[in-house]
Ligand binder design. Structure first.
Ligand SMILES: Nc1ncnc2c1ncn2[C@@H]1O[C@H](COP(=O)(O)OP(=O)(O)OP(=O)(O)O)[C@@H](O)[C@H]1O
Ligand SMILES: [Mg+2]
Length: 193
């Protein structure tokens, strides 16, 4: 299957493409549809209850499996190949562990206001890029779940689809690039825009 990707989206390796569970899918549009349905179901699961160990690598993997497990065999498994973005594959486990510990500490010590804490966490999680695909989507939901656990409203994430080449996606990627340089101001504005 050949597919077109919006800028900033990670192409799938041919190997990962083999992990498609739904043999009847032939177009990008159909894939988007089934992924979106799977994610809606996962969001109901994720936001419908309180989670004790939200900020753990185990929970993040479990959530990825909930979001993508109807569509992809590799849902919930870390990537084993390198991408344009992300840490070296064998560092994913330790880096995630450290990020989760850091954010738990930041919450405990109120190091940041909730919005800044969640925005920073989102950026750092997507930068690790733990999974073969779906890193943007799971990292946005993780940011929102951390907010929910702090009894804050979810981010609006530009109020426009980020899966296509929208103005919102352009602003989002520009904000992430600024965050790469440790300037979180654009991202902080974007997440509530
Ligand atoms: N330059 C960048 N710096 C930091 N993060 C980036 C950069 N470019 C892209 N990203 C992040 O990587 C994500 C794309 O990774 P991936 O394809 O694994 O996730 P996705 O959920 O499938 O993506 P999408 O947001 O396109 O649906 C983007 O959504 C964005 O969050
Ligand atoms: Mg993608």
């Amino acid at each position: 299957m050949t597919m077109q990707y919006p800028p900033g989206a990670t192409p799938l390796d041919p190997d990962e493409n083999k992990g498609l569970k739904l043999a009847h899918i032939t177009t990008r549009g159909e894939l988007d549809y089934f992924e979106a349905a799977n994610i809606r179901k996962a969001e109901q699961w994720a936001f419908g209850r309180k989670h004790k160990n939200l900020l753990t690598p185990e929970f993040i993997r479990r959530l990825h499996k909930q979001m993508f497990g109807d569509v992809w065999k590799w849902a919930g498994s870390y990537r084993t190949t390198e991408k344009n973005i992300g840490v070296i594959a064998w560092n994913i486990g330790p880096e995630l562990h450290q990020l989760c510990d850091n954010v738990q500490y930041q919450i405990k010590h109120s190091s940041y206001q909730p919005d800044e804490l969640a925005a920073r966490f989102h950026h750092q999680l997507v930068k690790i890029h733990p999974f073969p695909n779906g890193n943007g989507r799971i990292s946005r939901i993780m940011g929102d779940l951390v907010l929910a656990s702090l009894e804050q409203p979810r981010f609006s994430w530009g109020r426009e689809s980020l899966d296509k080449e929208t103005k919102a996606r352009k602003n989002y990627l520009a904000a992430l690039r600024a965050a790469d340089k440790n300037d979180y101001s654009l991202l902080m504005d974007f997440v509530r825009s």
